[in-house]
Design a protein around this ligand. Sequence first.
Ligand SMILES: CC(C)(COP(=O)(O)OP(=O)(O)OC[C@H]1O[C@@H](n2cnc3c(N)ncnc32)[C@H](O)[C@@H]1OP(=O)(O)O)[C@@H](O)C(=O)NCCC(=O)NCCS
Length: 172
Amino acid sequence: MPETSIISLPPERWRDVKQLRLEALREEPAAFASSYQDELAFGDDVWRARLTSAAQRDGNMTFFAEVDGALIGMAGAGWPSKAKLRHVAEVYGVYVSADMRGKGTASRLMRRLLDELRSLEWIEKARLDVNAESRAAVRLYEKSGFEIVGRALRELKVDGRYYDLHMMELHF
Ligand SMILES: CC(C)(COP(=O)(O)OP(=O)(O)OC[C@H]1O[C@@H](n2cnc3c(N)ncnc32)[C@H](O)[C@@H]1OP(=O)(O)O)[C@@H](O)C(=O)NCCC(=O)NCCS
């Protein structure tokens, strides 16, 4: 069985990241606020920038799961520079390719992401929004220590269908 590594990536790997992210948006339109069409229009500089600002104030970090040189999963977080908000990290972009699910990969990605966030002294909590119908994702986040703190009704509209979102938080 090939091993799955949890890694961060240099900006030179932006094409691999673009491919995985567009796969996520195309295959799971009800899981993300962005659409495939939104991000298909991004220029190369936007993809590169997603891999460059780790561990800075007003920054972001993303970890990837790789098997035999191919990316099969990702989990990211970002935080603002505004003084009143910079203690809150927003978790986003959590995805594992369909044929690789159910093997603990997303759990490992979340553990690594949360460990790194915890090590940044100005971050005090993590938050996220998740489709209330995504049982696997809600279970993943509960298992990672998040709790549901609210529900936004009919927040996401995909192909004419509405979905509620759970707001979830983890206090470090
Ligand atoms: C959510 C997702 C990332 C989970 O990836 P994964 O690698 O399969 O997750 P794991 O194997 O680490 O499993 C995490 C937990 O979810 C549970 N789970 C997995 N599939 C499930 C399902 N269909 N229903 C209920 N629970 C499920 C697992 O059993 C595990 O909990 P356990 O350890 O208590 O058994 C993956 O299903 C995915 O990419 N979904 C589409 C995109 C998405 O919804 N992203 C979240 C955006 S907010």
